[in-house]
Every structure is written in structure tokens, then in C-alpha cells.
Design a protein around this ligand. Sequence first.
Ligand code: CAA
Length: 260
Amino acid sequence: MEFANVLLEKEGAVATLTVNRPKALNALNRDTLLDIKAAIEACRDDAEVNVIIITGAGDKAFVAGADITFMQEMNALEGREFGLLGQSVFSLIESIEKPVIAAINGFALGGGCELAMACDFRICSDASKFGQPEVGLGVTPGFGGTQRLPRLVGTGMAKQLLYSGDMIDAAEALRIGLVNAVLPVDELMPYVKKLAARIASRGQVAVRFCKVAVNEGMQTDIDRSMTLEADLFGLCFATQDQKEGMKAFVEKRKAQFVGK
Ligand code: CAA
């Protein structure tokens, strides 16, 4: 599938979506957001894709934010619509029942940090920089940053980053829990692809149920979320993958999952 602002490649059961506007440090205008949406929907609907990686083109940026040139002359209603569009695309990423990993290869600022935070988890290169610099432009974050950042790093650290607009480096992002691992630039994609392939080799119904359980569970009280976990756990016993996974363990061989 071809997109003007996004590359979509498949290797086995892993799809890599690359935001591809390197001259603008992969900044997000409306067309780029719509391309990301279409590419994610294509991955969602492709039964061969188990795991999605999102990264940025070039050697400088993951995504340097929403496109400031594009936003400059917007009125209030257009700003609201643009915010709602970005939010809906990122909520799609968060809610599709396939794991999405952010492979951050440089600046992840504003809408770029928000895109990374909508992914299930983040791995970055040691050259990466993170931040929500919107207050320096006279606006708040608009693609979920005020909501996902405190949920990831706690309200105190989130407020410091949101109010100051300061950038942090990869080591600090690791320390505050914004990313799970920091790799030398050359090792980033091989590491993420290997991890994605490992996830893609597991029982996919179970992997998807894990995503649903965590996402739903974090938005509800512990009693309800435990009930949800028990229901999903029980439902796994209706799958071929559960039969195969447990049989393979008992027979001391590698399981051959079919994702059903
Ligand atoms: N929007 C539009 N263009 C951008 C951009 C953005 N967010 N970020 C970078 N660019 C463009 C630059 O204008 C420049 O274009 P030209 O070559 O045509 O001049 C090109 O990308 C390269 O950028 P720089 O020359 O600035 O590169 P640098 O290495 O000197 O600086 C940077 C890199 C620190 C990331 C700097 O580009 C920067 O500060 N970018 C803006 C970051 C930002 O404020 N992001 C938040 C946007 S608002 C937002 O995201 C709102 C929201 O939540 C929805």
C-alpha cells in the first residue's frame, strides 16, 4: 500500500510504519495524520500482521511535533478539529488489538512525543530527545499529551515537562519510565524488530487480550478489571492456541500457534 507521507513495510508478521517527511523532521500535518490512520487500519485488517512498529524517516527525528507551519493560521474551530483528528488517530493506535511499539530515533517532541505515548511501549536511540514544547508556542499539547504523560510518568514529572517545555535526553526518559530501553542508534531497529518478532511468535489471541486487559483495566476499578482478566483468561481456553501452547509444553516442543 502506498502513502504520500508514510512508508509501510512488512517483514513476516511485523509491519513497520515510518513517518516519512524527513525535510520537516516528520512533522504531522493533516495529510500525514490521515496517512498514519490509513496505514494503521491496513495493519489492523491484515491478518498476516501481528505487531506494528512506528518510527520516523531520516537520522534526526522520530516526529518533531504537529506541523507548526500548517497550524500557524488556524482559527479556534480549525484548531479544535485538528486536535480531535490527532486524538482520534492516536486513540486508534492505542485501541487496536495488536501491539504497537514506538522505535524512537531522534526528536520526539509535542505531537511526536504524543504519538510515541499512544503506542504500547517505547524503545529509543541514545540520540533521542523528548518533550512537550507547546507552551513555548503559546498552546497546550493537543494530541493527548496532557493526559497520557501524567499516566506514564506521574503528575509531578508530567507537569514539570508540560509547564517548562524543556527537552529531556534518552537517559532521563529511561529514568522517568517514558521509555523501556535505550540503544545505540545502529542497534535500535534490529533490537526492536527482534523484540517485535518474538511478540509476533506468541499466541496472538493471548497477546491481544493482554492489551485489552491492561488498557481497559487501567481505566476502571481493580475489582471490575480482575473480573475482566478472569473472563479473558477463560476465553483463551476456547482457542486452538491454548490447546497447542499447553500440549507443546507437555511434549517439550515449540508451540505452533495459528492465532485462533
Ligand atoms: N513543524 C513544522 N516544521 C518543522 C517542525 C514542526 N514541528 N519541526 C521542525 N520543522 C522543520 C523546520 O522548520 C526546518 O524546516 P526548513 O529546513 O524548511 O527551515 C526543518 O524541519 C529542520 O528543522 P530545524 O532547522 O529547526 O532543525 P534543528 O536541528 O535546528 O532543530 C528541533 C530541531 C529542535 C526539533 C526544532 O526543529 C524544533 O524545535 N522544532 C519544533 C518542535 C516543536 O515545537 N514541536 C511541537 C509542535 S506543536 C504540537 O505538537 C502541538 C500538539 O501537541 C498537537
